[in-house]
Each structure stands twice: as C-alpha cells, then as structure tokens.
Design a protein around this ligand. Structure first.
Ligand code: PMP
Length: 391
C-alpha cells in the first residue's frame, strides 16, 4: 500500500449495497420529517400526512404501472419478502425457488418449510446464473397450487432472470409467482401490466430512496387470503400494522418519480460506464473474468473474479474504493458466495470475486479512479500471495 493510494479520492462502487439518496428524495424526506401528523389521525395534520403517503403510493404505482391500492409499504425488501412468502406458503404448502436467491428469500423459505423436500424445491442454475426452463417446468407441472419465488435480478452478479416463460409455466400449472425485484426496480423499466407476477418486493434505498422502507406489490386479482406478519391497528388495509413511516415513504415516492423520469438515460449511461470499467479491468489484469458476462445483466453491476487474489485482501488494499466481496447483504457472513458456487465457481474463485456496482450518480472519473486502485490492489495481492497461489 502506498501513501499515494491513501490520499486518493474515494470511489463509491457499491450501489447494490445501497445508493446515495437522490436529491429529490432527500429534500422530500427532510420536508416530511419537519411535519407533524400521524397518517391515521383525522385532524388536519393527520390528513396532511395521509395525503403525502397517498402521493408516494401513486408515484411508486406509476413507476411500476400498477394500481396504488396494490402496494403495501414495509420496512424494506426483507420484510416484503417475508410477508409475501409466509402469506403464500400458508395458502400453497409448496415453494419452488432457485439456489441464487437473496438470503431474505432463501432463509425465509427454509424457516417456513423446515427444508422438507415435499414442501421446498430449490432449483439449480447454469454457469450464467440462469434457470433451466425445462427443469423449471418439470418442477412446477402437476404440483397444483404452489408458490414460485424467483428473483428478477441477482444482487451479486446483476444477472436478469428471463421471468416471462417462468411466469407462464407457473400460471399454466396453477402456481402463484412472487419475484424479489429489489435490485431491478428503478434501474430498468418494469411494467406490471406486462410482467404478470402475483407479488413483487422492493426496497427504496436501492434506487435512491432512504433506507428502512420498501413495498410489497400484491396483484388485486391474486387469490390470497390476508395474512399479516405484524398485527395491530389494521394499517395498510390490514396487511401491515404500525404507524406509517411517513418521511421514509415520502422519500421512496420521490425517488420512484425521479427514477422513472430518468430511467432510460440512466440505464444507457450506466451501461457505458460498466463496459468501460470491465474493459479496463480485463485488459489490465490478465486472468480475471466477469461472472454472467454472456447473459443479460443489470446496467451497473460487475462481478469480477481475480484468480489468485482473495477478495478480502483486495478490498483491504484499496480503502479508497467502496466495493463488496460477494454480497454485502449477508452481514459478516464468512462463507463463500452461494450464488457463485451455484454458478459452478470453485471455492477459491468465489473467494476471489469482487462486486463493483454503479448507478445514477457514478461519474467516469470515479470509474477511472476505481480501476486504477483495483489494478494496484490486485497486482499487490497477487505479488504477496506468490506464484503458487496465483497459479
Ligand atoms: N433482496 C435483494 C435481491 C437484495 O439485494 C436485498 C438487499 N441487499 C434485499 C432483498 C433486502 O433488502 P433490505 O435489506 O433493504 O430489506
């Protein structure tokens, strides 16, 4: 590590962990924090809070092309996933999912089903992180009312699931479909008029909103008996009790509106930055490779493996770059990424993988600074590890 490295400007390349708040969301949240009023109260201030929440619900509904009445505000995608999965499992008794889901899905389905093979099917993925369509069909056909829960975009690799055939096969078989769209919402256009999922989860801080607020979409036509996780005063039409987080919800709505205005421009700008980053890294660090490179991915996500250089050592060698080894979402988990192992990486390569994720506010200068630091760090770690390790 050189002193020059420590003086370098920071580069934030961890948008999949959390994004900076969009200016529109920040000012709307602050403004709502200054106001007083419980959205359940009938006096003027309460009605004012309720109308801010209504507006946010409409803003989010516009981003997703759904009806505001199909949205339930939660504390984030973890809660939205838990709510969706426990309510549907109580109704279906069988869950079909994939090996690369976020822990907010995998841990929940394991807890609900007790991991019993007659109630939980976890499907493998191929080397690109995609489900095999025939294997999926075979798992769902003839099972009656099941719940299929498959993420729309993977948090570690950015790989986008081709969900349309999954939804068709699931619905043909009489199953319900939930998707964890946390990393996709606000990054690429999503039209619930076309994407016929029954339930969808999201989190505001992945698209420029505040942390600690999210939503669950439940399609109005979905035959799902109400089954809250949190009981109390009947908020959110009985689905989620508790005083609404008005400032958070307002920030979520403002972020949704800002994202929907800029979605196409941001997606193409961020894709160009991602391509620049990947081109530079691959050219300057021979032997490195991108996971999921040959399949559709989110614009700003790069999962890159540097054989012979453990990710924790790389990250420790470049404190000026905010990036993540595997998934920052599995707080402090020492085990190798289940996503990369499911895609067929060796344990060593999974442990030598860094996730670089960019977004709406990333600049080209940040990419150049980030690449320079990564090249220095990987070269340094490979030199320290020696030729035997880097073979
Ligand atoms: N699902 C996915 C795919 C995620 O990336 C995350 C956040 N890392 C979550 C769910 C959970 O979101 P939150 O922590 O905001 O509840």
């Amino acid at each position: 590590m050189t002193s020059e490295t420590y003086r370098a400007e920071p580069a934030y390349l961890d948008y999949n962990a959390t994004t900076p708040m969009r200016p529109e969301a920040l000012s709307a949240t602050c403004e709502a924090l200054r106001a007083v009023g419980n959205a359940s109260s009938s006096h003027h201030q309460g009605r004012d809070a309720a109308s801010r929440v209504d507006r946010a619900r409409r803003q989010l509904a516009a981003l997703l092309n759904c009806s505001p009445g199909e949205l339930i505000f939660t504390s984030g995608a973890t809660e939205a996933n838990n709510l969706a999965l426990q309510a549907t499992y109580a109704h279906t008794g069988l869950i079909i999912t994939s090996a690369v889901e976020h822990p907010a899905v995998l841990e929940t389905v394991r807890a609900l089903t007790g991991d019993a093979p007659d109630t939980l099917v976890i499907l493998p993925v191929d080397g690109d992180g995609q489900l095999n369509e025939d294997a999926f069909r075979a798992s769902v056909e003839g099972k009656g009312v099941a719940l299929v829960t498959i993420m729309l975009a993977n948090n570690e690799t950015g790989v986008i699931t081709d969900l349309v055939p999954v939804i068709e096969a699931a619905h043909d078989a009489g199953a319900l479909v939930h998707t964890d769209a946390t990393q996709y919402v606000g990054r690429l256009p999503l039209d619930l008029g076309h994407l016929d999922v029954d339930l969808l989860s999201l989190s505001a801080h992945k698209f420029g909103g505040p942390q600690g607020v999210g939503a669950l979409f439940i399609r109005r036509s979905t035959p799902l008996p109400q089954r809250p996780l949190v009981f109390g005063g009947g908020h959110e039409r009985g689905w989620r009790a508790g005083t609404l987080n008005v400032p958070g919800i307002v920030g979520l709505g403002a972020a949704a509106e800002a994202a929907s205005r800029q979605l196409d421009d941001e997606a193409s700008r961020v894709t160009k930055l991602r391509d620049l980053l990947e081109g530079e890294v691959l050219a300057r660090l021979p032997g490195s490779y991108i996971n999921g490179a040959s399949t559709p991915r989110l614009p700003g996500v790069t999962s890159v493996t540097f054989p012979g250089a453990p990710a924790d050592a790389i990250l420790a060698s470049m404190p000026e770059v905010a990036a993540s080894d595997g998934s920052a979402c599995s707080a402090g988990a020492p085990s190798p990424s289940h996503v990369l192992l499911a895609m067929g990486l060796s344990r060593e390569d999974a442990d030598s993988t860094v996730r670089l994720s960019t977004g709406y506010a990333t600049t080209e200068q940040e990419i150049h600074r980030g690449v320079d630091a990564i090249v220095r760090a990987v070269t340094h770690v490979r030199a320290v590890m020696g030729p035997a390790e880097s073979a």
